[in-house]
Design a protein around this ligand. Structure first.
Ligand SMILES: [Zn+2]
Length: 176
């Protein structure tokens, strides 16, 4: 099965990077990645601390229920945390299920998976999308390729379930 995004959009979007199988050209994807790196570096600098764990990565379902939480052990958000979660999810769901993956940087995850052949046995069962509000921070081609409201399977999902989850557990965080 071909990824819905590729099959539906490659023919309409110019400068398709057919080598990597994604609809967004490398130059465009680089711009998205660079803006993320600047933000992530600033965050990483402020997060270097005396603690072993530097944060949490969460995967929640469509109903904002937590599927997995992973401890981060390095400053900055690394893609391998989410790849580990995706791998685990695919090991536990039926073989004919497709996973809709909404993430602030879904374009970068999609590119990495295709370019570096990460999780190749699952890659064609993932629909990549940006959270509805985050999409506007991406390059225009990225917006029209990954906006969840332009991808049939996502319905009205906004992709902000993790933010609602963080908010729900905020009383557990002490101000030390
Ligand atoms: Zn992007």
């Amino acid at each position: 099965m071909k990824c819905y995004i590729e099959g539906k959009r490659n023919s309409k979007v110019p400068n398709v990077d057919r080598e990597n199988g994604i609809a967004v050209a490398n130059e465009i994807s680089d711009l998205c990645g660079e803006s993320f790196n600047v933000a992530n570096e600033a965050r990483s600098k402020s997060k270097k601390s005396k603690f072993n764990d530097t944060g949490l990565v969460a995967a929640v379902c469509r109903h904002d229920r937590v599927w997995y939480l992973v401890n981060m052990t390095e400053a900055g958000e690394k893609q391998y945390y989410m790849f580990a979660i995706l791998d685990k999810i695919f090991q536990e769901i039926p073989g004919n299920f497709t996973v809709g993956f909404l993430h602030d940087l879904a374009c970068q995850y999609h590119r990495s998976m295709m370019k570096w052949k990460i999780l190749p046995k699952w890659a064609n069962r993932i629909l990549f999308g940006l959270p509805a509000l985050h999409a506007y921070g991406h390059q225009f081609v990225c917006q029209i390729t990954y906006h969840p409201h332009k991808i049939e399977a996502f319905g009205r999902t906004d992709g902000k379930g993790t933010e609602r989850f963080w908010n729900s557990i905020s009383p557990l965080i002490c101000v030390c």
